[in-house]
Design a protein around this ligand. Sequence first.
Ligand code: NAD
Length: 253
Amino acid sequence: MDEKIATLKKWVDESDNIVFFGGAGVSTESGIPDFRSVDGLYNQKYDYPPETILSHTFFMRKTSEFYKFYKDKLLLEGAKPNKAHLKLAELEKAGKLKAVITQNIDGLHQEAGSKEVMELHGSVQRNYCMKCHAFYDFAAIKEKVNEAAEKYKPGDADYMVPKCDKCGGIIKPDVVLYEEGLDGLTMQKSVQYIQNADVLIIGGTSLAVYPAAGLIDYYRGNKLVLVNLQPTPRDRYANLCIAGKIGEVFSQL
Ligand code: NAD
């Protein structure tokens, strides 16, 4: 076994206060593209850059364009938890891991069995009518997007836009878009978990999206681990830096 992975295994074996902080790279081995890898969403061609499409202003002004991108890239069906998700759920069950703090919106940690999941950026699993606040799950919104794609033509304002059965209002995913604030309670709990953690494992994130990335500054311990394919701005602050695929690394723990 690689020496660095052996060190991580030792720290994990010895601790019962591990916290994991992750991002889109945790789900690439489940087939969901991240944003900043060479084959990630930012390197694909759209009429607008993804940061623009996934912003509050864009959602309000060009809802149909938003849903076109959202359906193709984020309303993905069939993705299953990979070895990283499963290992984290196993560590929580064994009483060793206190929480998963994720920037992901795919719900795969919960599907793997994790209970204490801080979803900093919300989830595609929850959707609400903007007018009457009726709840719609993933399957319901997907069906409505497809219905609106059949009913209207590309270029129509309502093309692919899901509408509420009860009041006809537009349904919005419970996902934090650029320009929107993060949930205060989720942030507060995340800070507490990180402040109290013995081992903090950061994985599959470019640490480029704030304020989420700033949370790791609350860590006070000396077992800061970074598991990422590409270098991050925080590599030099880590006590252990592993360049590798997170699923492959975690399956050796
Ligand atoms: P990012 O795309 O900026 O960075 C992903 C990082 O993960 C990259 O540095 C890449 O090298 C690394 N990576 C990719 N595959 C990996 C693997 N198998 N093992 C280890 N490292 C791997 O993602 P981010 O930092 O999470 O920020 C982007 C924002 O977009 C976040 O809010 C994120 O939640 C959201 N997003 C979510 C999903 C999802 O829910 N699955 C997908 C795309 C983007």
